[in-house]
Design a protein. Structure first.
Length: 148
């Protein structure tokens, strides 16, 4: 058994794994609220296409951030050395897909395009803002009892 295997075994025994995803439920609830608000605003301004565009726009960064959170938590639980390659791989994959979506949608005259873009921005701002709030206020109260 290597030293890293021992650290991983100690983590599993201590039940440390849950802290990596503890923030996720709050972020997903926040994203759901922003999806609903975005869909309503998009619907009021651009009709059904605006509602769909705004909702998909918020869902896109939500799915991206959730995927990163889950995959990187898994990688860290397996072996902390996996975080960098998985993180870089996810980054390349996600931004390649995002670039493809933007190229496909960028030239269209779809009425939901502007709400889609605003939804992406709102999703990123909401997720990042709540995550910063969680890290600044909730995490400090729990980190010493969880990670030592």
């Amino acid at each position: 058994m290597t030293a890293q295997d021992q650290v991983a075994a100690d983590r599993k025994v201590a039940g440390e794994g849950g802290w990596r995803l503890r923030h996720l439920p709050l972020l997903l609830v926040t994203a759901a609220v922003v999806v609903v608000v975005g869909a309503v605003l998009g619907g009021l301004t651009r009709g059904s296409a605006g509602a769909i565009g705004a909702a998909i726009g918020v869902a896109l960064p939500t799915a991206s951030f959730t995927l990163s959170t889950v995959v990187l938590a898994w990688a860290d639980a397996q072996n902390p050395r996996l975080v960098l390659p998985f993180g870089v791989g996810l980054y390349i994959m996600k931004y390649s897909l995002l670039g493809g979506v933007m190229v496909l949608l960028g030239g269209s005259d779809w009425p939901g395009l502007a709400p889609f873009g605003l939804g992406v921005a709102a999703g990123v701002i909401a997720w990042t803002g709540v995550h910063i709030w969680w890290l600044a206020t909730v995490w400090p109260k729990h980190r010493h009892s969880v990670v030592e």
